[in-house]
Design a protein around this ligand. Structure first.
Ligand code: UDP
Length: 255
């Protein structure tokens, strides 16, 4: 166990190390408290919701590892991450799924009058997600909505739009390959306090796709549900058994 020292206004966070990636050991409610401090600090905080695919990607690419090591908070989103921490004998408090954390932050924002910006997914998806979130959390002011299909030419304009809106919370729903590096590269220009990649969450909120049933989530089988719904995810899921083998091997050799 270690403490992730943090000079950005959220204090020290207890972490467990999974192949050098420092994953928070806070439970959901402590995580929200820490992120409330992050909002109060008005400094940028990148929250990464780690799963085995991302940890493997970090081990393979320097840019991904840098994004991980420079993130202010990494939460255990994937069941595989929770499992790995158990295997290494330094477990996390509980799974902190990005989708649930996003809702918990909206709930806290409802009490404290925060603002939020939604960036990502297709235009009709992000519009619908914004309108549903606005209904569910009427006291959180949604200060900006932008689809996630843009490239280098539009980058400056997207950043400027977020910076002008000065959101407390910025949720970025893009594919895993662009989301984290983009946030890491631009977090100091965005003027947002909590910046979190939420992957396919806007698709779920808008009603376009569904999350796994709670029973399956509890059995740690959410990944299987997503795979069954979207077989095109198979190639990238193949890193899961690799990850598990790597954990077992590291455990045997004493890490
Ligand atoms: N997405 C986006 N811009 C892109 C690619 C994807 O906004 O250039 C959105 C996509 O519409 C979806 C979300 O990112 O809402 C997650 O996409 P996907 O499930 O393909 O990514 P994963 O999280 O599985 O990597």
């Amino acid at each position: 166990m270690g403490l992730m020292p943090n000079n950005t206004g959220i204090g020290e966070v207890p972490v467990t190390s999974i192949f050098g990636v420092h994953v928070s050991k806070l439970n959901m409610s402590q995580t929200v408290d820490v992120l409330e401090a992050a909002v109060a600090s008005k400094k940028p905080h990148q929250v990464i919701t780690a799963n085995p695919i991302m940890i493997m990607a970090a081990l393979e690419s320097e840019e991904n590892m840098r994004a991980m090591s420079e993130a202010e908070l990494i939460v255990p989103d994937g069941a595989g991450v929770v499992w790995a921490a158990e295997q290494f004998g330094d477990p996390v408090a509980e799974r902190v799924a990005g989708f649930d954390l996003m809702h918990e932050l909206m709930k806290r924002g409802e009490q404290l009058g925060w603002t939020a910006y939604l960036l990502g997914a297709a235009e009709e998806v992000v519009q619908e997600a914004a309108s549903r979130l606005q209904k569910q959390y009427p006291k959180v002011r949604i200060v900006g909505v932008r689809n996630g299909y843009f490239g280098a030419p539009e980058n400056a304009e997207v950043i400027e739009s977020i910076r002008r809106a000065e959101p407390d919370l910025l949720f970025v729903a893009r594919d895993a390959k662009t989301q984290e590096p983009w946030i890491a590269r631009h977090k100091h220009e965005l003027g947002a306090s909590v910046i979190m990649g939420v992957g396919g969450s806007f698709d779920v909120i808008s009603g376009k796709t569904k999350r796994a049933p709670v029973a399956m989530q509890k059995m740690r089988l959410e990944w299987f549900y997503r795979l069954a719904k979207e077989p095109s995810r198979l190639p990238r899921m193949m890193v899961l058994p690799q990850f598990m083998r790597k954990v077992k091997k590291a455990k045997k050799s004493g890490k």
